[in-house]
Design a binder for this molecule. Structure first.
Ligand code: AMP
Length: 642
């Protein structure tokens, strides 16, 4: 088996790391640099794209053909992107599948294909550096990346010729790199990650070597790039004031100014003033400006302040106060900025910050008795990649002494109404774990509930593996009334116990299923691959079933309400109701007997139409009910809304 490498696929920079003789380290790329810019330059339509530092250099001179920050577009729908997100110097457009496509010399590229170019370079450079072929990787993603963004990351890995053994959340990887898994005691850790294009604040709980993400909040559109943009705007104003060209009018000028802005920002992390020089902005006009750290902080402070709300929300979600935290760790290149560290120390009450003493420097920790330690002991650019390498080593069977418990190889859940998989314990959850959910009945007077325990990554119950079934009996009641709690408990050995309890009577059944962890690696791999392969069809199937379940409730409910008011219904309104019902029936009939999916857009539209038309009917029902309760004459019959 080949070695597994750890990859931090960043918005601005990407890194690859490996563990050698128990020591994790970042592998320098072919140019001898540890950080590889996540930038791809396309010199021509069919020529080999250039990746990394060479490509980053092209950004200033050939901005139109140089792609950066493509992570922002990974797995996202063009229609969900705000206009400012689309503000990049290269052309982007909606793709035929609703995603984002980048147009280079007349050819369209998906964000996954572009990320694959970055991954391929990392893979190749590691192979050259360690002299072994690499085919497997652990890749990190922000904790709040959704399924589609995670799937896009897996796809990028595959396109680069890598089997993605695991997708790991960036904060968990960072905590591993900071060595926090070795803290024996119970600890609460905040991971503040401000990179080039994304920000998140995650709260992790460490209990006997097991990490759990308690809360995470962030913004995929907030990062160092925003600071660069703000500084560039300021420079453009100064250029204009000084009689220079309109920067916005030229892509090349915009890119040059943006690059100068970023360089100044980075220098100002260690210096208190810099001179920005931009020679020959036009043939006869050059620009230079002295920028102080104070001015930089004035310009960018409000952007850093935007991260605070996410910190507050994460703490609130985890039901913690800042002083409950033991450590705040820093991740992402932008956290090298002194202002970021100062603000964090202040917000989290980390250090008795003295303006005169200067900045919190790399490698030092500051704390006061009541507040958490602001731990800057690791290189914030490398922590995530190192953590990914540590995770990779654990997966390879190394680091046996690391107190990191096993994880669930596949998701576990139960079948719900309509034949869908309802996940209770997601794939990769650390063991031991206890998780539960409340369910109810979908049919009147149901006497029992069949608990069908499933394992797998597919949306439809039938496409997953059945681990067992059992029944829980309860007193008959109208649908939606019984409340059944289903709890999954997996012990450290991977034994799954499923408990189902009727909340009203306390009656419960517990069954021991079987090892939920001991699954053949190849079978897991196959299941995961299939889930990626069928992701699109599965999503369509889920949407269809969900809409069908709604139709199964709404159709009889509307018919029942209509029969209650039959005599009083305005004929015109009755016609509207009947047409809407027929619309839903027709949409339902589009179901294909083979794929068991139909025209979901049509069904959703028909259901929305029915919802709208039935508003007066529902109101009349409510009025009548209230009238009966108050012993008043029945409400007037409903009529169509205007
Ligand atoms: P990452 O996504 O973690 O690679 O972070 C990249 C971001 O960190 C970019 O916006 C960089 O401009 C910024 N950055 C890197 N080094 C520094 C530094 N020394 N001071 C301020 N910002 C930095």
């Amino acid at each position: 088996m080949s070695r597994i490498i750890g990859i931090d696929l960043g918005t601005t920079n990407s890194l690859a790391a490996v563990v050698d003789s128990g020591i994790p380290y970042v592998v320098a790329d072919a140019e001898g640099q540890r950080l590889t810019p996540s930038v791809v330059h396309f010199p021509s339509r069919d020529g080999e794209p250039l990746v990394g530092r060479v490509a980053a250099r092209s950004r200033a001179v050939k901005p139109r053909h140089t792609v950066y920050s493509v992570k922002r577009f990974m797995g996202r729908r063009a229609s969900d992107l705000a206009s400012e997100e689309l503000q990049v110097n290269y052309p982007v457009q909606p793709s035929s599948t609703g995603g984002v496509a980048v147009e280079m010399h007349g050819r369209l590229w998906s964000p996954e294909e572009i990320s694959a170019q970055v991954l391929r370079k990392l893979k190749h450079d590691v192979e050259v550096a360690i002299g072994e072929p690499i085919t497997r990787a652990v890749i990190t993603v922000p904790a709040y990346f959704n399924d589609s963004q995670r799937n896009a990351t897996v796809k990028a890995g595959e396109l680069a010729g890598l089997v993605v053994e695991r997708i790991v959340n960036e904060p968990t990887a960072a905590a591993l790199a900071y060595g926090l898994d070795k803290l024996a005691e119970h600890s609460l850790i905040a991971v503040y990650d401000l990179g080039g294009g994304t920000f998140d604040l995650s709260i992790l709980e460490l209990n006997n070597g097991v990490f759990q993400v308690l809360a995470t909040h962030g913004n995929t559109r907030l990062g160092g790039d925003d600071l660069d943009r703000r500084i560039a705007e300021y420079l453009a104003e100064k250029i204009k004031e000084g009689g220079g060209p309109d920067v916005a009018s030229s892509d090349v000028l915009s890119a040059r100014v943006r690059e100068a802005a970023e360089q100044a920002k980075i220098k100002l992390s260690t210096e208190t003033g810099v001179e920005i020089q931009l020679p020959f902005l036009t043939e006869a006009w050059s620009f230079s400006l002295k920028l102080s750290r104070q001015k930089l902080e004035e310009l960018t402070g409000p952007i850093i302040d935007r991260t605070r709300a996410h910190c507050v929300r994460s703490l609130a979600d985890a039901r913690l106060k800042a002083e409950d935290l033991n450590q705040v760790i820093l991740v992402g290149g932008q956290t090298r900025m002194p202002l970021v560290r100062r603000k964090l120390a202040e917000w989290f009450g980390c250090a008795e910050f003295e303006e005169a003493r200067g900045d919190l420097r790399l490698g030092e920790t500051y704390h006061k008795a009541a507040g958490p330690v602001l731990n800057t002991s690791q290189n914030p650019d490398e922590a995530v990649a190192l953590g990914a390498a540590i995770q990779a080593e654990i997966l390879s069977g190394g680091f046996k002494n690391v107190l990191l418990l096993d994880v669930t190889p596949l998701s576990l859940g139960i079948e719900t109404f309509g034949g869908l998989m309802n996940v209770i314990v997601p794939r990769n959850s650390t063991l031991p774990i206890k998780a539960g959910e409340m369910f109810t009945t979908a049919v009147d007077n149901q006497r029992n509930m069949l608990i069908h325990v499933l394992q797998g990554e597919r949306e439809r119950a039938a496409d997953n593996w059945s681990l067992g079934r059992f029944e829980l009996e309860f007193e008959p009641a109208p649908k939606g009334v019984p409340r059944v709690g289903v709890q999954f408990e997996i012990d450290a050995n991977g034994i799954l116990h499923v408990l189902a309890r009727d909340i009203k009577t306390g009656h419960q059944t517990v069954v021991q299923i079987k090892s939920a962890v001991d699954v053949d690696d190849a079978a897991v791999q196959k299941m995961v691959e299939e889930s990626v392969e069928h992701a699109f069809d599965d999503l369509k199937a889920r949407q269809w079933i969900e809409a069908k379940v709604k139709a199964a409730t709404d159709l009889p409910a509307t018919r029942k309400a209509m029969s209650q008011f039959m005599a009083e219904l305005d004929p015109e309104y009755k016609k509207q109701l009947e047409e809407s019902l027929a619309g839903v029936e027709e949409a339902l009939s589009t179901e294909d007997s083979k794929t068991r999916a139909g025209d979901v857009t049509r069904l959703k539209a028909a259901l929305a139409q029915l919802d709208q038309v039935t508003v007066p009917l529902a109101e009349a029902q409510l009025d009548r009910l209230l009238g009966e309760m108050a012993n008043q004459p029945p409400a007037s019959p409903p009529s169509p809304s205007a």
